[in-house]
Write a protein that binds this ligand. Sequence first.
Ligand SMILES: Nc1nc2c(ncn2[C@@H]2O[C@H](COP(=O)(O)OP(=O)(O)OP(=O)(O)O)[C@@H](O)[C@H]2O)c(=O)[nH]1
Ligand SMILES: [Mg+2]
Length: 232
Amino acid sequence: MKLSIIIPFRNEKGYARTVIKHVHDYMSKTGMSFEIIAVDDSTDETWSILKSMEKKYSRFKAVQGWKPPGYGKALRKGFDMAKGEIVVPYNGDMCDSLDDVMKYVKIIDSGYDMAFGSRYMKGAKVVNYPREKLKFSRLGNLFLQMISLSSCSDITNTFKAYKKSSIKKINPKTDSYEIGVELALKGIRKGLTYKTIPISWTGRTSGESKMNIQRAVFKHFKTSMKIILGIV
Ligand SMILES: Nc1nc2c(ncn2[C@@H]2O[C@H](COP(=O)(O)OP(=O)(O)OP(=O)(O)O)[C@@H](O)[C@H]2O)c(=O)[nH]1
Ligand SMILES: [Mg+2]
């Protein structure tokens, strides 16, 4: 199998059906072999929506996350199950673009271990980004780009692509949103090759963000420091 798209869900009853249909329809048209794995930690109707879709969408599978739940844990469970040569964490709130997924696949096909995207480079298209969050994201990413000497100005965004073998080498261990930083920074530190391209990102118009900014900033910082110092 070529591609595994891992989608974490937590209380996304407004998006679950749309996202799975959108990804399944788009990928089916490409002719590429793929699977979609939803990892769910919801307490609303999202889980029953996802389960009911498994029959209709043959390349789609829904599983429940580990307890207690976490964004990073959900992705790690998805990685463990993934059979694709290329693995892409994809958000369940329609913010990421499938055209970008295809660009990532091309980058990895051309020989890179990882494909990174940035919302903050020339050519990127960002719609509806909450102002306060943007400030933290830009500043944090500037810092991370400096300390990692990376071509990527958007290290924190988890929407990137990895060879399955690269995920194995990185061996991610974090439980929450900082898994994005862990994957990218450890990948860079281990000498895995990558290319960065501008991507599109559209903010949610339904449901709620599950990210607590203060907590996320602290955890991202702590994780980044540990990685840079070689502790994890
Ligand atoms: N399985 C699982 N999914 C989660 C968890 N936390 C968030 N998610 C999902 O991960 C994706 C990204 O989470 P969001 O809440 O949108 O976080 P965000 O993108 O920083 O916030 P927005 O800017 O509002 O979109 C969404 O599909 C969420 O439903 C969790 O603990 N477990
Ligand atoms: Mg989101």
